[in-house]
Structures are given as C-alpha cells and as structure tokens.
Design a protein around this ligand. Structure first.
Ligand SMILES: NC(=O)c1ccc[n+]([C@@H]2O[C@H](COP(=O)([O-])OP(=O)(O)OC[C@H]3O[C@@H](n4cnc5c(N)ncnc54)[C@H](O)[C@@H]3O)[C@@H](O)[C@H]2O)c1
Length: 334
C-alpha cells in the first residue's frame, strides 16, 4: 500500500479539466494530510470555476503552466518536494485531433515525456509513484462482441488515441528501463458534472433545452461504455495506492449504450423534469455526418482491477445520468 497519496505531495496535472476537477476535491476530502499541487495550462478545456469548492483549501495550490515546460516542472518538483504525479493533462477531444493533431502530439506525447524526465531526475533511488491517466481508445475499435482487456493489442485509430498510446508506451518504458514506479490506467468514456460543453452528453443536454437540433453522428449506433466520473475517481485513488508498479489497469462502467440510446435517455429525463409545451425532446435529434474514422465500439472487461484491487463501478447509468442532467440544467439555466 502506497501511503504517499494519503500523506505526500502530489503533482496533479490537468486538474482544471473534467476528470481532474472531480478528482482533486475527492482526494482532499478523503485524505486530510495530502498536499495537492495542480498544474494546468488552462487551455479552452480548463476551468478554475470547477475547483471553486477547494480554492481556499490550505493543502491546495494552483500553478498555471504547461507540462511541456521543463524548467517549470523542475522548479515545481524542487520547490514542493513532489513525491507523486497523477497525469491527467491532455488534449482530449477526438474531433479536435482530427482537425488539428499538432497540439495532441505536443501535450500528450512531449508533455508526458517531459514529466517523466523531471521525475527521473528528482526521484533517483526513490519509490515515488507516477500514475498516468489514459484511455481505452488506445485499443482501437471492437465489433459487436468482445471486450478490451489489459492484454489487448494497441490499435489506436485517431490522432488523439495514437498520441495517448505513445504516451502509454513512454510511461511503460520508464518502468522497464529505469525502474520507475509507474502505473497506467485506461478508462472508458466518463460522464458526470464539470465536463466541457464540447463533449457528447453536455452537447445533448444543452442543445435540447435551447431548442436546437441534437446532433448525433452517423446512424447513432456507435457504442461506448459509460463510466460515472466519481467511480473513476475512486478507481484512480485505488490504483495510485495499491496498483503494482509497471502494471496497467482498465476501468469501465459496464454501461454499454449506443449514442442514439444515450440521447434518447437524456431526452426522457428532460421530458419529465422540464416538459416541452408539445412533444418530446427526442424530436430534436438529428443525424449529422459521421466523424472521420469513427470507432464503432469500446467496451471494457474490468476483471483485473476488480479481482486484484477490489474496485468496481457502482453507479447505475440511469442514476448517474439523472445527476448529470441536474448538474447541467443548473449550469445552463442559471
Ligand atoms: N473524459 C473522458 O471520457 C476520458 C476517457 C478516457 C481517458 N481520458 C483521459 O483522462 C484525462 C483527463 O481527461 P478530461 O476529460 O478531464 O480532459 P479535459 O480536456 O476536460 O481536461 C484536460 C485538462 O488538461 C489541461 N491541459 C491541456 N494541455 C495542457 C498542458 N500542455 N499543460 C498543462 N495542462 C494542460 C487543460 O487545461 C484541461 O484542464 C486525459 O488524459 C484523457 O486522455 C478521459
């Protein structure tokens, strides 16, 4: 068991984004002695309002900066005596990676490399932990049947997933070459509060309540395995503390739905919460041109983390989705 997450000083990168800004308050609440340094570049995807609840927390410090900036990371390691890293920072939107791959190569690959290099320099002979947050998209696309496991081959299909795959390999290599205490977790699609407006579920909710068409790619049959962000936070905490060095863990929500079904479920929740004068929000669903190279299906077999570390996702999709809708209604209607 690694006690450094409970008592140490952890550098969290990308903590102003969706998952990071759910994770930091979770971590501080759970571990009164942990010190958190949140390094975030505040790209369009980062939002400090997501962290308002812990802004004045005595154990929390925010640093605005880039994970690609070697001297800044070096200074942070020195000034704060960093003894753990959880690397959330990334360019994360597949559509953006198709339009403009370059920032994905820079942040996701070079940025991760930079963090590893600084950690290698400062942590010689130390057992400090480097936890890399990655995606199931590195494994490519599944047909109707089958699941990704930790043994699946890497077959990334988009510039985003290829950049994440490259970063996973770099992290792996720092364990095999330098003996660094790394763990990597690859999760399925997260949903919940604080996600950027650009992503599927916020887009469905926002479009619906604004009376706009709800855009669904292709025929809406692409399948994702939805993981509630709080379940993911518990999983990250578990892996950081108990995961075996050099290992990879897959996390999924066991909630496989195609995009059209997700949109329909959200519309049904909205029909009950804020009924339209006439008809259902479902009438606003509109199929739009498919994403280039759109992966058909992602689905996770989370047996390894369940058997070895005792984690599994608890949130049912219906309850998680209702909480999520409530959060965005509050955001978009206020
Ligand atoms: N959201 C998902 O469904 C999902 C699924 C699987 C894996 N992941 C992975 O989880 C991690 C977090 O995802 P997210 O959804 O919270 O992403 P996000 O886009 O919401 O947040 C990313 C954060 O990283 C910051 N950032 C970007 N470039 C940076 C840089 N060069 N230096 C410092 N900070 C930088 C942004 O400002 C933002 O706050 C990513 O590594 C992503 O690949 C996400």
């Amino acid at each position: 068991m690694n006690n450094l997450l409970a008592n140490g000083t952890v550098l969290i990168t990308g903590g102003a984004g969706f998952i990071g800004s759910n994770f930091i308050p979770f971590l501080l609440n759970k571990n009164p002695n942990v010190i958190v340094i949140n390094l975030d570049k505040l790209t369009y995807a980062g939002n400090l309002k997501n962290l308002i609840e812990i802004n004045a927390h005595p154990n929390y410090t925010f640093v605005e900066g880039d994970i690609c900036d070697y001297s800044l990371i070096n200074k942070i390691f020195k000034d704060y005596n960093i003894n753990g890293v959880i690397n959330f920072a990334a360019e994360s939107h597949v559509d953006n990676s198709i339009d403009s791959p370059s920032p994905f190569i820079k942040t996701n690959i070079e940025g991760t490399f930079n963090l590893l290099e600084v950690a290698r320099k400062h942590w010689k002979g130390k057992e400090y932990r480097f936890h890399h947050i990655s995606t199931d998209e590195v494994y490519g696309s599944l047909p109707e049947e089958g699941y990704f496991t930790e043994e699946s081959n890497y077959q990334p299909n988009s510039p985003y997933s290829a950049s994440k795959a490259s970063s996973d390999f770099l992290v792996r290599s720092y364990h095999h070459t330098y003996g660094m205490n790394v763990v990597t977790s690859n999760c399925s699609n997260n949903y919940g509060p604080k996600q950027h407006d650009e992503k599927l579920i916020p887009t469905i909710i926002r479009s619906a309540i604004k009376g706009l068409s709800i855009p669904i790619y292709g025929n809406g049959k692409n399948i994702r395995d939805w993981l509630y962000v709080n379940d993911h936070c518990i999983g990250i905490d578990t892996i950081y503390k108990q995961g075996v060095a050099g290992e990879t863990y897959l996390l999924g929500g066991n909630n496989e739905f195609d995009n059209l079904t997700v949109a329909a479920k959200i519309c049904e929740i909205l029909d009950l919460k804020i009924p339209k004068i006439k008809g259902s929000y479902k009438n606003q669903i509109e199929f739009v041109q498919d994403r280039l190279g759109h992966d058909f299906r992602y689905a996770i077999d989370a047996s390894k983390i369940s058997n070895e570390l005792g984690w599994k996702a608890f949130e049912k999709f219906e309850s998680g989705l209702e909480k999520t809708v409530d959060w965005y209604l509050n955001k978009y209607q206020s």
